[in-house]
Structure formats: structure tokens, C-alpha cells
Design a protein around this ligand. Structure first.
Ligand SMILES: [Zn+2]
Length: 303
């Protein structure tokens, strides 16, 4: 094995995106599977299948981005909000299964690392990444290093309170008024169904807005404003030079969300943060997470 490539796996609420990643972040092969919603063992076996599909002699390590706080020391997935994985010792299980170095990180931390090393945030030392998919993931690069808190469980930017005692959060989260239930693809689907009937989803909402449908546009403006509340607070906390918006829904709805989000961001952030910060769409698109998971794998390999 020459150690030139790693497999990066991004576990999302609806899809598993995997790829063979070179050291410069280039994706040389990809594979996609559907995320099972039932038993934890089913999720693990689909992750294994995604890796097995891509594995060859060029691959020297495997990295996983998982939508959960991670205990990095033990390589354990603590509790996914939107998937049935709780206290899963993913790192050791996959090390044993494939006989390679394996590392596990939060999916949005991985996406932030991907954009920082190979995408929109290359060369920028202070970055906040927000991934809008089934959930809202957050990743932070601070002073040129990934910021992960005491045990690697940080940063859960989707679970900051923007409305005291507001609407219940998603999935297993017991909180109320968190940013997540206002701005995710799941939130968009719920609002699309209220407006356009039970068959509507986030894709249809964005398509209708693209076609100029007024109610669809208004819903996305409202989602954008809520996103701006979060972004303003994150600008005040982290003083980022760049906020990167990614994730399936974030990338698809970008043109509708970004105007209202920036307007609220500039209102809520203090100087000099509001003058310094720029907001951009993820350059790596929905591949940011799997590319970042590849970099996390190289970290394990080089450690
Ligand atoms: Zn929450």
C-alpha cells in the first residue's frame, strides 16, 4: 500500500456519500447508498458496504463524518439526533473490519475541514461552516485549527437556542427553539407540506421558488432570516473571516436563503465582525463532507 489515498465517508440523514480522496482533496472515485432509518446495525453494515465498494490497494486509511457528537478519544458516535446510532464504537469496529487506520469525526467538522483544506475556505484561518441537510451541522476552524471542544463533541451549532421555548427540535434532541428545526431540509419539507400538501418536499419547494412561486419564495426567505440569526450569533462568538454554507438543502436553496440571511447577520453581528465576515456557498458542494472525512483519515494515518 502506498498511502496516497483515503476513503472518506459522509453519513447523512438520507444518503451515504463515499469517495476515494487523494491528498490534495481530489475525489477519484465515488459511491452513494441510501441511509437506512431502522436498526443501528443496518446503518453500520451500509457504511461497511460503502467502504468495501471503493477499497483497493491505493487506500491506506478510512475516515467517517457522522452527524453526532463524537467522543474522539474512544472513537465513539455518542448520539445521532436524526439517525438510530447511539454509543456506537464505530472507529474500533471499522479498524477491525478493514485492518486500516480509521478516524471518526462529526460530519460538519469534516465538511469544514474539506472546505478549509481544498475548497472555498482554503488559506483562511477562521471559518464557520454550516451544513443544511436533514439536520444543521456546524464546524469551526479557529486560528488555523479545527475547533472541537474538550472531547471532540463540539461544535453543535444547530442546537443553539434562537427562540426561547420555541418549536421542538428534531429527532432525539429534547431542546426547544434551537436553530436546527427552523432551517433544515426537514424544516423546509414540513413547511412545504403545510403550504402545498402532503406530497411536497424540500426539492419541490426550491423548484417552485426557482419558478417564481410567491409562497415558496416567502417560506425560503423566512428560513433564510432564521439562518441569519444563527449566523449573526456565530459571527459574534467566533469572529470568522468566512461563513461557508453547505449541505444538500443549503447548496440547493442558496440563492433564496442568502439575501435574507445576510441582512439579518449584518443586523445581529457587532463591529468589527459584521464588516469582516463574508458568506459563501460551499465550493465542494455536497462532496465537502466526504472530502473532509478523507482528510480526517489522512490525519489518522499520519499521526
Ligand atoms: Zn436541538
Amino acid at each position: 500500500m502506498d498511502g496516497t489515498h483515503a476513503i472518506g465517508v459522509d453519513l447523512g440523514g438520507t444518503k451515504i456519500l463515499a469517495g476515494v480522496v487523494a491528498r490534495d482533496g481530489t475525489v477519484v472515485r465515488r459511491h452513494e447508498r441510501t441511509t437506512p432509518q431502522d436498526a443501528p446495525q443496518h446503518v453500520i453494515s451500509e457504511l461497511e458496504a460503502a467502504v468495501a465498494e471503493l477499497l483497493d490497494d491505493s487506500v491506506a486509511a478510512v475516515g467517517f463524518g457522522v452527524p453526532s457528537p463524537i467522543d474522539r478519544k474512544r472513537g465513539v458516535v455518542v448520539q445521532c439526533v436524526n439517525l438510530p446510532l447511539v454509543d456506537a464504537p464505530l472507529r474500533d469496529h471499522m479498524r477491525e473490519r478493514f485492518g486500516l487506520p480509521v478516524e471518526v469525526d462529526n460530519d460538519a467538522n469534516a465538511a469544514a475541514i474539506g472546505e478549509w483544506r481544498a475548497g472555498a475556505a482554503r488559506g483562511v484561518d477562521d471559518v464557520v461552516m454550516l451544513t443544511l441537510g436533514t439536520g444543521l451541522g456546524g464546524g469551526v476552524i479557529s486560528q488555523g485549527r479545527p475547533f472541537r471542544g474538550a472531547h471532540g463533541a463540539g461544535v453543535e451549532l444547530g442546537h443553539v437556542v434562537i427562540v426561547h421555548d420555541g418549536i421542538p427540535c428534531q429527532g432525539r434532541c429534547t431542546g426547544r427553539g434551537h436553530l436546527e428545526p427552523y432551517v433544515t431540509g426537514l424544516a423546509a419539507a414540513r413547511r412545504a407540506q403545510e403550504a402545498f400538501g402532503p406530497a411536497a418536499d424540500a426539492h419541490r419547494l426550491v423548484r417552485l421558488a426557482n419558478e417564481g412561486e410567491e409562497t415558496a419564495r416567502e417560506i425560503l426567505v423566512d428560513i433564510g432570516r432564521h439562518l441569519g440569526s444563527g449566523m449573526g450569533s456565530f459571527a459574534n462568538i467566533f469572529e470568522p473571516a468566512l461563513i461557508v454554507i453547505g449541505g444538500g438543502f443549503g447548496v440547493a436553496a442558496w440563492e433564496h436563503l442568502i439575501g435574507p440571511a445576510e441582512e439579518v447577520l449584518r443586523r445581529e453581528a457587532l463591529r468589527p465582525m459584521r464588516d469582516e465576515v463574508r458568506v459563501v456557498r460551499a465550493q465542494l458542494g455536497t462532496a465537502a463532507g466526504l472530502i473532509g472525512a478523507g482528510f480526517v483519515a489522512f490525519e489518522a494515518l499520519d499521526a
